[in-house]
Structures are given as C-alpha cells and as structure tokens.
Design a protein around this ligand. Structure first.
Ligand code: HT7
Ligand code: ZN
Length: 869
C-alpha cells in the first residue's frame, strides 16, 4: 500500500467554492446528486487542461457533467479510488450523480444505517464514500444540502447549518433544505435522517443571541439526555468565559447513534455521538459515564472553534485541532470538578495509552511524518501527548500569555486550514518568544526520561539540583535532540513547609540549578502537576515518598509519591516472586507503606475523590511497562498479594470509610457525591480483598439494594473476580434487567471479559453467542473482545497462547466488516517485545497470520506490519 508523506504536501490544483448536494435516501440505493463550483487555485497557477482529480470509493457513478455537458466516455477516467478529467477553464461547474448503499455499509464511514436511521461519518476520509470530491481538509466550501426521504420512516431530516425549508413531496416523501454559511472541509459534513425523538433547550450567548439546542435520540431515551444537555450549556458558557469564544449559529444539534466507530464527531452544528456518550440516568450510568459525557460533549462543542472555524491544512496536522481541543476539554473538566483528580486521571490515561505507544513499534511524533491509513493516526500521541504540548505552552507562557497567543491564532486564521507550526507561531508572535526548540515536541517521537540528583550544602544553605534528559530511539528516528520543557519543582522542609517552589525551564541534556537560602536539606517534589510529560527515573527513598504522600502541597505529586512507592515495592516483589513463587514472602514487610496509605485514607482535609484515587495501586499493565520481560501471572499474583496486605492492615479504616460514606440522599452526579461513592467503592473492594466471606456477602447486599448504577457496578466488579455464589446471582440479575438496553448491557459484557478468573476466555467465547452481541457493532466488539485483550492482562497473556489466537481470529473477522475498528484494536498483539520469548513468538505468529489474510485492509495491514517488525 501507498505511503503518504507530510513532505509531499502540495496545495490543491483546484478549489471548490460551493457545494450543492441532493440526497434521495434509500437504504440500498441512495442517489446523491452534487453540483460543485470549482476554480483554479491561484497558489498553484493551474488552469484549463490541468487534471481535476476527485476522490471516490465504493460507489456507482451514474452521470458526470462539466459546465452542463455530459462528458464522453473517453474524457474521464474512473478507478477504485476516484475520478479524473481535464479542466475546461479556470472556473467551471461539475455535476455528478452517484449511487451508494447505506444498509450495506458495515465500515460506518460515509453514509450508513444505524438502527433505522441514516447517518454519516466523514472524518477523516468518509466523504469520498458519498460522492466524488476533493476529500482533503484544505478544500473549504459552503454547502447547501437537500434531503428527500419517506416521511413515515424519516420524519427528522438534518444537515449542517440553518434549515432553509421543509416541504412535503408526493408519494409520502418529504424534503428539507439546509444551508451552512461557514466554509468547511468535507470531513465536517453531516446528514442524519430517521425517526428520532428530540429534547430541546436553549442558550443565550454572551452577545445576547438565543441558540436552540436539540438532542436527537431513539424514542424512549428522552429521559436520558439531561446531563448531556446541561454539559453542553456549561461548555458553551465556559468557552465564552475562558476563551472569549461565542457560538456562531442559531442552532446546535446533537444526534446519538448506537453504531459508531469512535466517541463522537464535531460536524458543524450537527455533532453525532456514540449513544453511550450522551445517554445517562442514575440507574443506567455510572459516575465515570457522567464524567465522560461531560468531557466529550464539551470536547465536540469546543471543536466549533478549534477545528471547524480554524481547521487542519492536511491530516498530518491533526493534533492542531485534537491536541488543542483535548487540552480545552481537560481544563473545562478541571474547572467543573476537582482539578488535582482531573490531572491524575489525565496523566493515568497518558501513561496507560500514550507512553506505551511512544515506547513501542507504533511510536510516531505528535505531527506524524507519514501514514498508510490516516484513521490509524487518531492516536493517544496525537490526542493526549498533543494536549500535553499545548499544556506546556500554557505553563511556559502563563495563563495570560497563552490567552494572547490563542486570541492571535483565531484572529489570524479564522476560516483557514493551517498547520501546527502556524499555531506555535501565533504563540510566539503574541508573546515575543522563540519556540524553535520547543517545536521539537511536534516532530520528535518518544518519551523523554529525566534523572535528577540533589546535593545540599549546609554551610552555604544552598541546594544544587542537576537534571539530565534523554530520549531513546524510536522506529525510524534514531537521533534525538534535547527538548525544552517546564519542570515544576518544590523543595520541602521536614516539617512540611515549602522552602522554595519554581518552574524550571529545562533546555539542555544536563543542566544544573542552584537554589539559595535553603535552611535545611529539602525533600524534592519533582515535576509537580506533571508539568512535563516525561518519565522520571529517579526514585526517592521510601521514607521521602511516604513524606511526600503526607505532606506535598502539590496534590498531584502526593498521589504520584504513593504510586511510585507502590510500584517500587511491586516491581521488587515480582522479581523475587520469579525465584520463590510466593507472593507474600516476595513482598515482605509493607507496614510503612500501609501506614502512609492509612494517613491519606483517614485525612479528612483531603477531597474524597482524591483519597479514592490514592488508594488504587498501579495497574497490571502499568507494572508490565516497567518490567522486561514482564510476567503477567507474577504481576497479577503480587499485586493481589499487596492488595490483601493493605486490606488486612487497614481493615478497620476501610470498614469505617464504607459505613461513613453511605448516602441516603437521592443520586446526584456532582463531583463531590461521586467522590464519596468512589471512596466507598474502594473501601468495599479492599474489604473483599481480605478474603473474608462476610465482605463478599456485603458486596452482594450492596448489589441487591443499590439505587444507582455506580453502586451497582462497584458491587458487581468486586463479585466478578470471585467464586462466591453472589457472582452468578448478580450477573444473572444484571442481564435480566438490562438485556434489551444496548448501552447498559455492554458493561455486563466488559465486566465478564475483564474477570481475572481462569475460565474467562471460555466465557467470552460463549458471550459472543449472546443475542445482544454482534461483530457489526463497534461498541459490542470493544466491550467484549476489546476489553479481554486490553484490560485483562492475566488471561489475554495466558501462557498457552489461547488468548492471542482467539484475538487474532476476531481481528480478521472484524477486518472484513470494519477495518478501521479492527486496526484500532490490534495494538495489544504488538506488545510482544515486553514479554518472554515464548509469549513473544506466539504473539508474532498471530501477527504474521493476520498479515497472511486474504483481502487484508490497508488499516490492519499498517498496524500489523509495523507491530511485527
Ligand atoms: N474528530 C473526531 C475524530 C474521528 C472520528 C469520530 C467518529 C468516527 C470516526 C472518526 N474518525 C475521526 C472526534 C474527535 O476527536 O472529536
Ligand atoms: Zn476531537
């Protein structure tokens, strides 16, 4: 397959100014008529006689006219990838009719059918599955869209912009015409048609305009839209307050669909969502679901400016919109909820998803240099690391400087398709700084590793801090440069007071910093708030870590100290376990660690959500990242053993915490109530870890009496790993309550796929036969098959290779239906380098089996071939 390279970018030879589309909707044979006004691009100096090249896939060309005249057979060429003909002049009109089959579209790119509604997904290159077009983001046009459809099955007809007219047609059909005044790339085009219920509200913008807000859902789900609507209004207000950005149309629509490749899509004024990120009520959604809904609704809304008004010149610039928008949604959530807890969760996500990517075969820069399939580059690096890059600019420039840069960026580039470099330049120009070195964050892959050393001179009352940075080679990028990064530090006295705090501007391979007037040898709090997205190799003493857990004024680093302490204990124990096979003995005495945890658990000055987070030990996958080779069974056994030791040591405190955090109030999704539930859930899970049956009975009791999904899932999660009869009872009850609820039943699939029990793979195979499961729905595949590979290290890596073989079979099956999702799920097999030779060779064998598949998609080929190399 062809490799697309960033360095090969050329501006389009022709531009499209206006697009008129007419859709005659039919499940199997939709006719799309398009009328495009093209003109030569002055930047390219093109004109009459130059080739016009339009992208198009999987459709039937019915007719083609240029300036009103049908082109003769020899005057154009149609291939599986598009349509080519010669321009008659510098400015001309192209009319095209195509036929497509939405009902057979299992890829869910272009126009497809979800449940009974028609729906589109055009990012990144789905529009070329609707009609022939210049499917690239730097071609921006205004759209007028006419939709014709049967009135009974499609009473709702939606597209971007403003509704111009609604008319009844003969034969039970009707028509809607939509007009979007804002020029946009075709990836932001959307159409939805179906029999959907609508929930309505409104928002008054800062300049006093009323915007109608509508959420369209399947009938019966109207009572699950309140939180999404509330999140939308809060996001609109936040963008005005924090960024000075106002919504620009009088209508904002959201549609929730069940068949969707990703989370949501920011189409201009017509956001389309995976239903799981819209629908919530207390007995169907957990606190985490509410949190995700809030942040994803905000994220898509924020794209209206960061992505839509100013878009990407080409797909290599994807992080221009995604990194920035993730940073914006993270900051929104921080303002709406607990800032430290939000930061902890964002860093956990970065470490779980992006760091392994950056250290593995799929490593690539935030602004990639090449791709085979762009859908494979909607990655944690582009999104999460991209957001960290923006966050570092915010830290380096300060809130005011950052805002000046943002203002200049939107002022300069409104209505344009631009690059990451343009963004950095706006930041530089608005602040009079030079980001030449900082820009390397866009071009250099890999996670830097920092090592720090401190030296205290009691006579001079001075502390010298030396920091070294190093980035290991990544595939195709052997030589690494030193990066500029802000490293926040604090120097703490033994009484907990702060002797000094500063943001260090690190630029060199090795750099020294001298702090004066330091009255005693300090404990260093390094990289506070995770100000630089790096690994820190220096591990303080256990004594210092316990001190930081109890005293650091930076809440993030308080949590971080606990994680480092736990990791250090666990990693040493995994190594010892390899020799002894006795997890308890391998861990030895962990009283000091338990005491430090106890101090956090019982500190009522700390936010409950924070305390809950601080009790959770580093996950198995996180520990595997730090071991070479990683033994998944040893990691599992040792982590369980530490959980048991903590549980026994802190049993009284966990019991008290469980009792005191019960609530008689009606469920509310707010952050404080959620924190209370989280702390109680952690307490329950530790109590169960003592191994005493009475606590499993307690979990069953909680399951039976829960009046909200958060408490219900917390109890079921505890039972899920057990042999207790309550497991079967609770799972059966959950199934009968929610079997027909497509969003909720996915929790039941996932939970079973994630069980540490050794019969899990057999269960997963059985669940694939369940009437609610289908390989055609990405949510179902992710919930059952994806969860097994991504969140069940113990069973996926079963020594006999059964997990790998099962998974490769599913990926190949899925590749025939939905290559985009198959490729996105393939990463776990690429982690073979982390494991022992036996596992590694089994994983590679499965990757090679995938590569030998007939009709392997470009998507899966790219991931499998890079992973096996
Ligand atoms: N910009 C969107 C990314 C996207 C996508 C969404 C749904 C289905 C397929 C997709 N391909 C790319 C979502 C976002 O990041 O906001
Ligand atoms: Zn986005």
């Amino acid at each position: 397959p062809q490799v697309i390279r960033r360095e090969d970018y050329t501006a389009p030879a022709f531009l499209i100014e206006t697009v008129e589309l007419v859709f005659d909707l039919d499940r199997d044979a939709t006719i799309v008529a398009s009328r495009l006004s093209l003109k030569a691009n002055p930047e390219r100096g093109s004109g009459a006689g130059d080739v016009v090249s339009l992208d198009g896939e999987d459709m039937k060309l019915l007719s083609l006219k240029v300036d009103g005249t049908a082109l003769a057979a020899g005057d154009y060429e149609v291939t599986g990838e598009g349509l080519r003909f010669k321009a008659p002049s510098e400015q001309f009109v192209v009319e095209i009719e195509t036929r497509i089959s939405p009902v057979n579209n299992t890829r869910l790119e272009g126009l497809y059918v979800s449940q009974s509604a028609y729906c589109t997904q055009c990012e990144a290159e789905g529009f070329r599955r609707i009609t022939y077009f210049m499917d690239r983001p730097d071609v921006m046009a205004t759209y007028r869209v006419t939709i014709n459809a049967p009135k009974d099955t499609c009473p709702v007809l939606l597209s971007n912009g403003n509704l111009v007219s609604s008319t009844d047609l003969p034969d039970g059909r009707h028509q809607a015409v939509w007009d979007d005044p804002f020029p946009k790339p075709c990836y932001l085009f959307a159409l939805v048609a179906g029999d959907l219920a609508c929930v309505e509200d409104s928002f008054k913008t800062m300049s006093g305009r009323d915007v109608a807000l509508r959420i369209f859902v399947e009938h019966g789900n109207e009572d699950r839209c309140d939180y999404a609507m509330d999140s939308l209004k809060r996001a609109m207000k936040w963008d005005e307050d924090v960024y000075g950005l106002e919504y620009d149309l009088d209508l904002f629509n959201i549609v929730a669909v069940s068949d969707f490749n990703m989370g949501a899509m920011e189409n201009k004024s017509l956001n389309v969502f995976n239903a799981k990120y819209i629908l919530a009520k207390s007995d169907t959604a957990t606190d985490t679901d509410y949190e995700l809904i809030e942040s994803i609704v905000a994220h898509e809304y924020f794209h209206n400016w960061s992505g839509n008004r100013v878009t990407c010149r080409d797909w290599f610039q994807l992080s221009l919109k995604e990194g920035l928008t993730v940073f914006r949604d993270q900051e929104f959530s921080s303002d709406e909820r607990s800032r430290p807890v939000q930061r902890i969760k964002d860093v956990q996500r970065l470490r779980a998803g992006q760091f392994p990517e950056d250290g593995g075969p799929l490593a690539h820069p935030v602004r990639p240099d090449s791709y085979i399939e762009i859908n494979n580059f909607y990655t944690a690096t582009v999104y999460q690391k991209g957001a960290e890059v923006i966050r570092m600019m915010h830290t380096l420039l300060g809130a005011e400087g950052y805002r000046k840069g943002i203002d200049l960026y939107f002022e300069r580039h409104d209505g344009q398709a631009v690059t990451c470099d343009d963004f950095a330049r706006a930041m530089e120009d608005a602040n009079g700084v030079n980001f030449d070195q900082f820009r390397l964050w866009y071009s250099q892959a890999g996670t830097p590793n920092l090592i720090w050393k401190g030296e205290y001179d009691a006579d001079k009352q001075a502390y010298r801090l030396t920091i070294e940075q190093k980035t290991e080679p990544t595939p195709g990028q052997v030589i690494k440069s030193d990066l500029q990064m802000p490293v926040k530090i604090g120097l703490l006295a033994r009484d907990g007071s702060e002797l000094h705090a500063q943001t260090i501007d690190l630029t060199q391979a090795k750099q020294e910093f001298l702090f004066e007037d330091i009255s005693e040898e300090p404990v260093v709090s390094f990289n506070r708030d995770f100000s630089a997205p790096v690994n820190v190799g220096t591990i303080p003493s256990h004594e210092d870590l316990a001190f930081l857990m109890g005293n650091d004024t930076d809440a993030f680093n308080r949590w971080e100290a606990g994680q480092k302490y736990a990791s250090d204990l666990l990693i040493a124990a995994v190594r010892a376990y390899a020799k002894s096979g006795d997890a308890d003995a391998a861990l030895g005495n962990v009283n000091a660690f338990c005491n430090a945890l106890r101090a956090t658990l019982t500190n009522d000055d700390l936010d409950k959500a924070f305390r809950a987070q601080a009790m959770i030990l580093p996950g198995e996958a996180m520990l595997a990242e730090q071991l070479q080779p990683a033994d998944p069974e040893a990691i599992y056994q040792v982590r369980q053993a530490l959980r048991r030791k903590v549980a026994i040591a802190l049993q009284d405190e966990f019991e008290a915490s469980y009792r005191h955090n019960a609530s008689n109030d009606a469920y509310s999704p707010d952050a404080t109530s959620a924190g209370q539930r989280a702390l109680r859930a952690v307490a329950l899970s530790y109590l169960a870890a003592t191994g005493e049956t009475v606590f499993l009975d307690l979990a069953l009791e909680q399951y039976r009496t829960a009046d909200n999904m958060t408490d219900r899932m917390a109890a079921l999660t505890v039972l899920n790993d057990q042999d207790h009869p309550g497991r079967a009872e609770a799972l059966a009850d959950f199934e009968s309550r929610f079997a027909s609820d497509t969003v909720v039943i996915d929790k039941w699939f996932s939970l079973q796929a994630m069980s540490s029990r050794t019969d899990t793979l057999d269960q997963v195979k059985k669940l694939m036969e369940h009437s609610a499961f289908t390989m055609r729905n990405p949510n179902k595949v992710r919930a059952l098959v994806g969860a097994f590979a991504m969140a069940n290290q113990r069973n996926f890596h079963a020594a006999d290779g059964s997990g790998y073989a099962f998974y490769a079979d599913r990926l190949m099956e899925l590749d025939n239906l939905n290559p985009q999702v198959a490729a996105r799920l393939a990463a776990p097999l690429g982690k073979w380098r982390k494991f022992d030779e036996d596992r590694a060779s089994k994983m590679k064998a499965e990757l090679n089996r995938i590569l030998a598949k007939e009709n392997l998609s470009r998507d899966l080929y790219e991931i499998a071939s890079k992973s096996v190399a």
